[in-house]
Ligand binder design. Structure first.
Ligand SMILES: [Fe+2]
Ligand SMILES: [Fe+2]
Length: 279
């Protein structure tokens, strides 16, 4: 008898001091009302479906964690603003928390179901021949502007529909974290778009369905993405451009970032302080 292809998706905790430090970083995980769900009256078929859904959600969060970690590297490589990198550095931890929450939900319902996967094919990396800034833009549009942004309303809907305190707490935590993930891509574009040639900006949308096989690694929604994701990505880029133009006119964030960069390059290289409002 031959075993199924791919590696089994299994999780473990190291325990002891390492786990204690992790719990201290994210105390809300242990504080959730674990062990309070009664499975009485739920059919076996419904239970198996629920276990499979939560296991799949844990796997998708795992993939999203890889995407967030890859994005962090790309942000460093393109020398993104330090505050933008700092914000994104929290995302891999958020995602590993989501992995644990979803996995523990599956365990509450009787245990995880079998998922086999190829660890070498979890995300689609940007082409290495792109510039560092284009690599970051390519990944962030796919992972954040599409993947994260599309998943938020789906998660929010599930959160509102949840009645039991446990799944409600789990989904509420995920929704709160994802809100920051969903807006991050547009903040990056506010900074990156003025630095990218127009042809390259068009390339962010035009190349990725064919080059990346239509796959986006983020969120539970990603497996359902088809060719329409190009349209969504294009629309999101148009919105980002419009937001940038609006902010420019209003003297908002985008100008602040540009001024800040100038200041760091010039007379106040080491201070990292905010420029005064009158600048
Ligand atoms: Fe997540
Ligand atoms: Fe996320």
């Amino acid at each position: 008898m031959t075993s199924a292809p791919g590696e089994l998706f299994e999780l473990e905790l190291f325990g002891e001091g390492i786990e204690r430090r992790y719990r201290k970083m994210r105390p809300e995980v242990a504080a959730m009302p674990w062990g309070t769900m009664s499975l009485e009256g739920i059919s076996q078929a419904a239970l198996v479906r629920a276990r499979a859904r939560w296991t799949s959600a844990a796997f998708q969060e795992h993939r999203t964690g890889i995407a967030c970690a890859a994005t962090l590297r790309l942000l460093y490589e393109c020398r993104a603003p330090v505050d933008l990198i700092a914000l994104a550095s929290r995302f891999p931890l958020d995602e590993v928390v989501h992995v644990e929450l979803c996995a523990r939900m599956a365990m509450e319902l009787g245990g995880g179901t079998e998922i086999r996967h190829d660890p070498d094919a979890m995300i689609v990396d940007p082409a290495r021949d792109l510039s560092p800034l284009m690599r970051a833009a390519d990944a962030i549009v796919r992972f954040f502007c599409v993947g994260e942004a599309v998943s938020i309303p789906l998660l929010r809907g599930a959160w509102h529909a949840a009645r039991h305190p446990l799944p409600r707490a789990v989904l509420g935590r995920i929704v709160r974290d994802e809100a920051a993930h969903g807006t991050f891509g547009f903040a990056f574009l506010d900074w990156a778009l003025p630095r990218l040639p127009a042809d390259d900006v068009a390339g962010v949308c035009a190349t990725y369905p064919s080059a990346h096989g239509g796959g986006c690694s983020c969120s539970a929604a990603s497996d359902r993405f088809g060719p329409w994701e190009t349209v969504v990505a294009a629309a999101l880029l148009v919105v980002a451009l419009a937001r940038r133009r609006h902010r420019r006119r209003a003297g908002g964030n985008c100008n602040y970032v540009l001024r800040f960069t100038t200041e760091m390059r010039g007379r106040d290289r080491n201070s990292f302080r905010r420029p005064s409002a009158g600048m």
